[in-house]
Design a protein around this ligand. Structure first.
Ligand SMILES: *[C@@H]1O[C@H](CO)[C@@H](O)[C@H](O)[C@H]1NC(C)=O
Ligand SMILES: *[C@@H]1O[C@H](CO)[C@@H](O)[C@H](O)[C@H]1NC(C)=O
Ligand SMILES: *[C@@H]1O[C@H](CO)[C@@H](O)[C@H](O)[C@H]1NC(C)=O
Length: 170
C-alpha cells in the first residue's frame, strides 16, 4: 500500500489527527501567508506541497538510492538540509540547522523556513516536481482570501485543527 492510500485509509477510520495531518490547500495558503511568504509565491508552494506530499505534514518519503529520505510537506532531504534522527553515512549538511523530525510537525513554521532557504539557494528547480507540474499556469490563491468580507486577510481562513476532527473532509 502506498503512503497516500494508507493516509486516506487512516483518515477514513478517523485516526487522522494523531497519525497524519493533511492540510486543505487554502489552509496552507493562509499559514504560509501569516509566515510572510509573498502572495505571488503561494500558487507555487501549494503546487509543490501537493505533488510532494499531497499536503500531508507527516510524510517521510521512501529511501532514495543513496539511502537518504525526504521529510514533510515539501519533502526536504536529510542529505543536505536537516539532521536525520539517526546517524547515517550519506548525511552531509544540515543547512537549515534543524532536526528532520521537526519538519514533520503540525506547526509548519520550521518546514516553511527551511523550504524558503532551499528556494533562495537553489530556486524552484530544487524540487523535481517543479518542472513537471508547477512551471506553468497555476490556480490563483486569491480565492483562499476572499471567503468573507469581514474576515481580515491577515487571519488564516481555517485553523489547522479544524480538518483533523472532520474525517469526512477527505
Ligand atoms: C536535534 O535533536 C537533538 C537531540 O534530540 C538536540 O540535542 C538538538 O538540539 C536538536 N537540534 C535542533 C537544531 O533542534
Ligand atoms: C511554531 O514553531 C515556531 C518555531 O519553531 C515557534 O516560534 C512558534 O511559537 C510555534 N507556534 C505554535 C503555535 O506552537
Ligand atoms: C519553465 O517554463 C519556461 C517557459 O515555458 C521554460 O522556458 C523553462 O525552461 C521552464 N523551466 C523548467 C525548469 O522546466
Amino acid at each position: 500500500m502506498n503512503k497516500f492510500a494508507l493516509t486516506s485509509w487512516m483518515c477514513l477510520l478517523g485516526l487522522s489527527s494523531m497519525l497524519a495531518l493533511r492540510l486543505e490547500p487554502c489552509e496552507l495558503a493562509g499559514q504560509l501567508y501569516i509566515l510572510d511568504v509573498p502572495k505571488v509565491e503561494l500558487p507555487l508552494w501549494l503546487c509543490i506541497a501537493d505533488y510532494e506530499s499531497r499536503f500531508n505534514t507527516h510524510v517521510i518519503g521512501r529511501a532514495n538510492s543513496d539511502g537518504s529520505r525526504d521529510y514533510g510537506l515539501f519533502q526536504i532531504s536529510d542529505r543536505y538540509w536537516c539532521a536525520p534522527p539517526e546517524k547515517t553515512a550519506y548525511h552531509a549538511f544540515n543547512e537549515c540547522n534543524v532536526n528532520c523530525t521537526e519538519l514533520l510537525s503540525d506547526n509548519i513554521t520550521s518546514a516553511v523556513r527551511c523550504a524558503r532557504l532551499i528556494k533562495k539557494q537553489q530556486g524552484w528547480t530544487a524540487w523535481s516536481v517543479y518542472a513537471e507540474f508547477c512551471n506553468g499556469t497555476l490556480t490563483d490563491a486569491d480565492e483562499c482570501f476572499q471567503q468573507t468580507t469581514e474576515a481580515a486577510t491577515t487571519e488564516p481562513i481555517l485553523q489547522i485543527e479544524t480538518t483533523t476532527f472532520d474525517p469526512e473532509m477527505d
